[in-house]
Design a protein around this ligand. Structure first.
Ligand code: 3PG
Length: 407
């Protein structure tokens, strides 16, 4: 059961609602939205609020502008993209607090939508500043958090505002928690997980937690090199978190049977010198000099693909790219394993994917719709699996058996 009240549990009819969405979407140099997944997934809540004739004020962050305005991180293009999906004009105001914003918010008519400028143009947002929270809260009568991707952040727009307004969850937030808890906490077996990405330090807690639950865990991406180094392989100039090697050794000893590491890699002197890249097979006593490992090698791709196909996992969770995916030359490992995930999904496996790069790889292969669940939260889904309290959810009103009441 979802433990919090949702927008369905309270009377929002014709009330001005303040909605936290996660429109932290990738933009190209011209400011065009490259992936609309997060915007599309916010539509059920927005449509419901339109049916309820609410004036709707949306707020979000985009990127990490560091507490000051930076046009590169403006949400203006997102207002256009949202308007296109809703088939109606979405107003935009170039600030998120202050007199001008108050006027814009008050002028929003029932079923109309206003999007505020990036919350992180103020450092008070990430500091969860009470005055900033109150200024945001003054823009609505009810607060709805539908930003699953941001619930692991205790910021003004996710936690601070809940001090000032009745606060409930939107449909996306509710669905993410329902699906992740059902599929991943009570999984059908065999249960596989594939983790990639760079920051091993951030992910060790989730690695431990997953190892308690899964039957097999494949570790790729840059985080694999700290594991390989801990096993005594030379990984050259590959990204390694030396402070974590001892902890990683312990994990390897405890769970050796479940962990699968790359057998080989594509390595180059640097990502810019991709033309000099070569396959490196990890062998004890072998040194790879100044080379940096940047993608899975052929041997690993073949072995992992075959192992997954043979084991026919009923549940498979994937988060994080398996190589330096943003460089075309080093995206093969991520793409090839993504294709195998497509096969698992077609064979009735539950495939759950989180994290921007993994989702982008699936989109590029046209596999998005085949997946059981695409999570809009990268960090948030990992912290949920880690068993951590998510502050943006904890701050919402608890679900009770009380009848629907007027606020
Ligand atoms: C995400 O993309 O994971 C969320 O939008 C959170 O962004 P953040 O890591 O910058 O807080």
């Amino acid at each position: 059961m979802f433990p919090k009240k949702t927008v369905r549990d309270i009377d929002v009819r014709r009330k001005r609602v303040l909605v936290r969405v996660d429109y932290n979407v990738p933009l190209d140099e011209k400011g065009r939205v490259l992936d609309k997944t997060r915007i599309v997934e916010s539509l059920p809540t927005i449509n419901y609020l339109m049916e309820q004739e609410c004036p709707i004020v949306l707020m979000s962050h985009l990127g990490r502008p560091g507490g000051r305005p930076d046009r590169k991180f403006s949400l203006r293009p997102v207002a256009g993209a949202l308007g296109g999906l809703l088939n109606r004009k979405v107003q935009f105001v170039d600030d998120c607090i202050g007199i001008k914003v108050d006027q814009f918010a008050r002028a929003v008519m029932p079923s109309e939508v206003l999007l505020l400028e990036n919350l992180r143009f103020y450092e008070e947002e990430e500091k969860n500043d009470p005055l900033f929270s109150r200024a945001l809260a003054s823009l609505g009568r009810v607060f709805i958090n539908d930003a699953f991707g941001s619930v692991h952040r205790a910021h003004a727009s996710t936690v601070g505002v809940t001090q000032f307004l009745p606060s409930v969850a939107g449909f996306l937030l509710e669905r993410e928690i329902r699906v992740l808890s059902e599929l991943l906490l009570k999984p059908q077996r065999p249960y596989f997980a594939i983790l990639g990405g760079a920051k091993v330090g951030d992910k060790l807690a989730v690695v431990r937690n997953l190892l308690e639950r899964v039957d097999n865990l494949m570790i790729g991406g840059a985080m694999a090199f700290t594991f390989l180094k801990a096993q005594g392989y030379d990984v050259g100039k590959s990204l390694v978190d030396d402070r974590r090697v001892t902890e990683v050794k312990e994990i390897l000893e405890k769970y050796s049977k479940k962990i699968h590491l790359p057998l080989d890699a594509m390595a180059a002197p640097s990502k810019e010198r991709a033309r000099e890249s070569q396959q490196i097979v990890f062998e004890k006593e072998k040194t790879i000099g100044d080379f940096q490992c940047l993608d899975l090698g052929e041997k690993t791709i073949a072995a992992w693909s075959e192992f997954i196909r043979k084991s026919k996992p009923k549940t498979l969770f994937w988060n994080g790219p398996l190589g330096m995916f943003e460089a075309k030359e080093f995206s093969r490992g991520t793409f090839e394993i993504a294709k195998v995930l497509g096969e698992v999904a077609r064979n009735d496996g539950n495939v759950i994917v989180g994290g921007g790069d993994s989702i982008a790889a699936l989109a590029e292969l046209g596999l998005t719709r085949e997946m059981t669940h695409i999570s809009t939260g990268g960090g948030a889904s990992l912290e949920y699996l880690e068993g951590k309290t998510l502050p943006g959810i904890a701050a919402l009103q608890d679900a009770g058996n009380k009848p629907r009441k007027k606020l």
